[in-house]
Design a protein around this ligand. Structure first.
Ligand code: C2E
Ligand code: CA
Ligand code: CA
Ligand code: CA
Length: 277
């Protein structure tokens, strides 16, 4: 039994150092990926339910790894947050989303607001507002075409600081959306204090087939209305969900029913076809 215990211990230590080694390798690869431009942005359209028009796009990052192919964000964003690479990664995303948006405007496509996901850690980095401003100046994108998607967690630790920062960003003319609404530390008094333009109803409520899911979605819509905020439903996959959201006067939607997230060139084709029809 003693012998067995020692073997188990050794196996455990080997697997720990294996893990640590894997992490270091991943960190190195991700750092290189940012430098070598292996990251790509996909875009998913947002539709205004009143007129059916595309009213915005969300930029969603992927890692196009030469060894592993297209890697979804959930497989590297949490890791990037842990090791701090989220700051350079987030800046890369922000710069490229702004650049692409500006380029489309110059090519004569209708001007659309681009929404960029901001991790809580990135939001709390020093000089976040300054780097956003620098990227807007560098790319020449009018701040009114940029929306930053944050989650309520940005205001959990230091509420005053978060509010001040959001106020600074909105003063620049940037829009703010609260992502995954209803899943976090939602506090109604906090929501009332945050200078936010849009609430995004989390897709878990939209996809929920029970009466509770629909009830929550309805409540979030009326809450947004009473706070004078715009409300968008994400994860809309079926005509039924679409009809429900129309009926309850949700402002806009995003989801596979309209389009999956697609590459920049695919999006351009998609948008041109949609404008013509
Ligand atoms: P999110 O911000 O909530 O983004 C929405 C996710 O739902 C996207 O997954 C999108 O592809 C997916 N989605 C869109 N429509 C539907 C639908 O109708 N049904 C279902 N089931 N899913 C739908 P994706 O692209 O894999 O991104 C996952 C998460 O990774 C994002 O969730 C976001 O939290 C994070 N993420 C993505 N890009 C970035 C980024 O540039 N920076 C940061 N910090 N996080 C990012
Ligand atoms: Ca988002
Ligand atoms: Ca979301
Ligand atoms: Ca999210």
């Amino acid at each position: 039994a003693k012998e067995q215990g020692r073997n188990q211990m050794e196996a455990y230590q080997t697997s720990m150092s294996h893990k640590a080694h894997e992490r270091l390798k991943l960190e190195r690869n991700l750092r290189k990926a940012i430098e070598r431009e292996e990251l790509v942005l996909y875009y998913q359209p947002q539709i205004d339910l009143i007129n059916g028009r595309v009213c915005g796009i969300e930029a969603l990052v992927r890692w196009n790894s030469p060894e592993q192919g297209m890697i979804p964000p959930q497989q590297f964003i949490p890791f990037a947050e842990e090791c701090g690479l989220i700051v350079p990664l987030g800046n890369w995303v922000l710069r490229n989303a702004c650049l692409q948006s500006k380029r489309w405007q110059e090519e004569g496509l209708p001007a659309l607001q681009v929404a960029v996901n901001i991790s809580t850690l990135q939001f709390h980095q020093n000089h976040f507002a300054g780097s956003v401003q620098a990227i807007l100046e560098e790319t020449g994108l009018d701040p009114k075409y940029l929306c930053l998607e944050i989650t309520e967690s940005v205001a959990v630790q230091n509420q005053e600081q978060a509010i001040a920062l959001l106020e600074r960003l909105t003063t620049l003319g940037i829009s703010i959306a609260i992502d995954d609404f209803g899943t976090g530390y939602s506090s109604l008094s906090l929501l009332n204090k945050l200078p936010v333009h849009q609430i995004k109803i989390d897709k878990s409520f939209i996809g929920d087939k029970s009466p509770q899911g629909a009830q929550i979605a309805k409540s979030i819509i009326s809450l947004s209305r009473s706070l004078n905020m715009n409300v968008l439903a994400e994860g809309v996959e079926t005509q039924e969900q679409y009809n429900f959201l129309m009926e309850h006067q949700c402002d806009s939607i995003q989801g596979y029913l309209i389009s999956h997230p697609i590459s920049a060139s695919e999006f351009e084709i998609w948008l041109r076809a949609r404008i013509q029809s």
